[in-house]
Design a protein around this ligand. Structure first.
Ligand SMILES: Nc1ncnc2c1ncn2[C@@H]1O[C@H](COP(=O)(O)OP(=O)(O)OP(=O)(O)O)[C@@H](O)[C@H]1O
Ligand SMILES: [Mg+2]
Length: 246
């Protein structure tokens, strides 16, 4: 069993600059962000469009190296690993639900879902996948190509893929953005269930009600961490997000 007090994410003084076409000067998107999370914790990241939420998530999750600062996931710095080890670490420990789903359109839904398991040489249990899809109210045929699915169905495939993989940390970028409110509730319930098993979830969302149901909400503005709200309420979040002019 996972120790709930174990720190699984430790991110310190993250700065991210990117090269831009227009000018010689790189653009600084994140200006020095630090945050920590424990096993079993459900974190949400909220903030206006363009605040740097997706960028922070990719840096935190080992997908995009920070310009400076440190990232440790389960005590490991993913940017210090050699490429093959880094891929193995991501496959075995970390799950992602991307804002753009990141599915393989030319593969059936089912194959997309079990791809991480196959890559990790883990056993694939079709029954488990079927049960999960049923829970997610997935109405399409899992043998259909992803390219033929609706946005919401694709999102459910991306979520199912993460749920079957048994990752210890899950990073989710607006995982319920394309979904109806019933599906949103179901997915939130499934994610919440995972945290009870010691899995740590970091979720970017524009949905204040959903952020209010997480353990800790972090608000970002202009590439800076604005506030950390423990046991956030929708009212408190709304207040922070509505403050402007700084
Ligand atoms: N590779 C890049 N090159 C140039 N600018 C970038 C790059 N990546 C991100 N940005 C800029 O950095 C800022 C933060 O982008 P990011 O995608 O992290 O925002 P976000 O908070 O996730 O927004 P949204 O809520 O719309 O998804 C934006 O202004 C974006 O245009
Ligand atoms: Mg984003």
């Amino acid at each position: 069993m996972n120790d709930m007090n174990e720190q699984v994410i430790d991110v310190n003084h993250i700065v991210k600059r990117v090269a831009t076409n227009g000018s010689q000067k790189p653009l600084e998107i994140l200006h020095g962000i630090s945050l920590q999370a424990n096993a079993g914790e459900f974190l949400s990241i909220v903030g206006p469009s363009g605040a740097g939420k997706s960028t922070l998530l990719s840096v935190m999750s080992g997908l995009s190296k920070p310009t400076s600062g440190e990232v440790h996931l389960l005590g490991t710095d993913p940017y210090q690993l050699r490429a093959s080890k880094a891929a193995e670490f991501r496959r075995n420990q970390v799950g992602f639900i991307f804002q753009n789903y990141n599915l393989i359109p030319a593969l059936p839904a089912f194959d997309n879902i079990v791809l991480p398991l196959r890559l990790a040489h883990k056993k694939v249990d079709p029954q488990k996948v079927e049960t999960l899809l049923k829970k997610l109210n997935f109405a399409a045929n899992p043998n259909n190509f992803v390219s033929s699915l609706s946005g919401g169905e694709q999102q459910k495939v991306a979520i199912a893929r993460v749920l079957v993989a048994n990752s210890r940390i899950i990073f989710a970028d607006e995982p319920t953005g394309a979904l109806d409110s019933v599906s949103r509730q179901i997915i939130f319930g499934l994610l919440r269930h995972l945290t009870k098993q010691g899995i740590c979830i970091v979720m970017v969302t524009h949905d204040i009600e959903m952020a209010a149901a997480t353990d800790k909400a972090i608000t970002l503005r202009d590439g800076r961490l604005e506030k950390v709200l423990n046991q956030p309420t929708a009212k408190a979040l709304f207040q922070v997000l509505n403050e402007e002019g700084r």
